[in-house]
Design a binder for this molecule. Structure first.
Ligand SMILES: [Mg+2]
Length: 409
């Protein structure tokens, strides 16, 4: 057990050779400091680095990094993953990002910004395989792994850090090093006192990042940042908070929790805790997804059946890709429509064969749509899959997917 004075002293560690504890240069010298053991400049100094155990790990430009790994000649060149019928950027490497390319940007726009980019169509089976290899490494560290997507997860390292006496920061630095060497992709790591802080931290230092947000600094760190940074604050809630004069996280922390509870209910109370840097959410391993879906809000309301049907195609492709990524087959689909005056209706059906193919999803959903009386304008259409079953761990995904057999009952 470290004593009180030792716990407060700022020390550091080397992300490359894991030397620790490194003595503290003064604040100004810290940026230029190099590891006394290996000479690396990749050092981290933090008063709480040995005590923080909740991590958020996010791969850097994941799909693009996997493609680059397999094409070393493109290492320093712009790579974009995307295209296909949907025609948008699924991932852009940091070279392409420097030219202004962003995820979800139309491909045409991306290539105008970065005409020299090499474009790859997404190969989900390949990304899933890397994701599984990554997850195995997470699970070797701790059973408390909560995946958020193919390339992102929370890890609770409290128990392994206590059991081994090795601080979580070093376990994570070692993980990042090993993943780079053996999987050929890079990670950004956020280490914090809780999930909220870890998630924010992983975004601070990308790519190849390692950022820490401790208990003592949490409230001050959060205060000047926009309230939309908090988990659960979307556009609508951010606008409602702003109408109440709450723009920054500090604005919210300055209000009584009871004010937030009266005004916004349960979520208000939770946000009020977040604003003070507190987050009691646990890391819940392997929460299986109950449904996988996607939706589109139209810029202008759509009234024609054919226009609505057109909007289903890219949704079917997105959802199929997500099913493939999650290694799931869907046995049921639902179409959701929201009218111009916000009235929502849903229609569901069973699929003739469980599937993860876009064409199958689209056929079923198009039939649901055509059975619907379309009158007036619609502002949103959604497609989701439920009754998900495991596609299995073996073999390439494309071969596992059942062939289309449209035997409508
Ligand atoms: Mg990522």
């Amino acid at each position: 057990m470290s004593d009180r004075f030792e716990a407060k002293a700022v020390t550091g560690f080397c992300r490359d050779c894991l030397a620790s504890p490194l003595a503290t240069p003064d604040t100004a010298a810290r940026l230029k400091a190099r590891c006394a053991v290996c000479g690396s400049p990749r050092l981290r100094f933090h008063a709480e680095w040995r005590d923080l155990t909740i991590a958020h790990i996010d791969c850097d430009a994941f799909y693009a990094s996997v493609e680059k790994r397999d094409r070393p000649d493109l290492r320093h060149r712009a790579v974009i993953v995307g295209g296909g019928e949907r025609g948008v950027v699924a991932a852009a490497c940091y070279v392409a990002r420097a030219a202004g390319v962003r995820s979800a940007m139309p491909m045409g726009q991306a290539l105008r910004l970065c005409p020299e980019a090499t474009v790859f169509p997404p190969t989900m089976s390949k990304y899933s395989a890397v994701s599984r290899a990554l997850r195995r490494r997470f699970l070797a560290l701790t059973p408390l792994v909560e995946p958020l997507s193919l390339d992102e997860a929370f890890l609770d390292l409290t128990t392994p850090a206590h059991a081994t006496g090795i601080p979580a920061a070093l376990l994570l630095a070692n993980l990042a090093r090993e993943v780079e060497a053996n999987l050929g992709i890079t990670l950004s790591i956020g280490l914090g006192a809780n999930k909220l802080l870890a998630k924010i931290a992983s975004d601070l230092d990308k790519p190849r990042g390692f950022a820490l947000i401790g208990r003592a600094e949490a409230a001050n760190f959060l205060a000047p940042r926009p309230v939309s940074l908090l988990w659960g604050v979307g556009k609508a809630l951010a606008a409602a908070l702003e109408r109440e004069g709450v723009r920054t996280i500090g604005d919210l922390a300055a209000r009584e929790p009871m004010w937030a509870a009266r005004r916004f209910g349960q979520i208000g109370l939770r946000l009020s805790e977040f604003a003070r840097g507190h987050d009691r959410r646990r890391i819940t391993p392997d929460r299986p997804a109950k449904s996988i879906g996607a939706e589109t809000t139209f810029r202008q309301d759509r009234t024609r059946l054919e226009d609505l049907s057109d909007a289903l195609r890219p949704l079917a492709e997105t959802v199929a890709r997500r099913l493939q990524a999650a290694d799931k087959l869907a046995a049921g689909v639902t179409v959701k429509l929201k009218s111009a005056d916000f009235v929502q209706r849903t229609r569901s059906t069973s699929l003739p064969t469980p599937t993860q193919e876009a064409a199958d999803l689209w056929h079923a959903c198009d039939a649901l749509l055509r059975a619907e009386t379309v009158r007036g304008g619609f502002r949103l259409i959604g497609l989701s899959c439920d009754r998900l079953i495991d596609a299995g761990e073996t073999g390439p995904l494309g071969l596992l997917a059942p062939q289309t057999s449209v035997t409508q009952e």
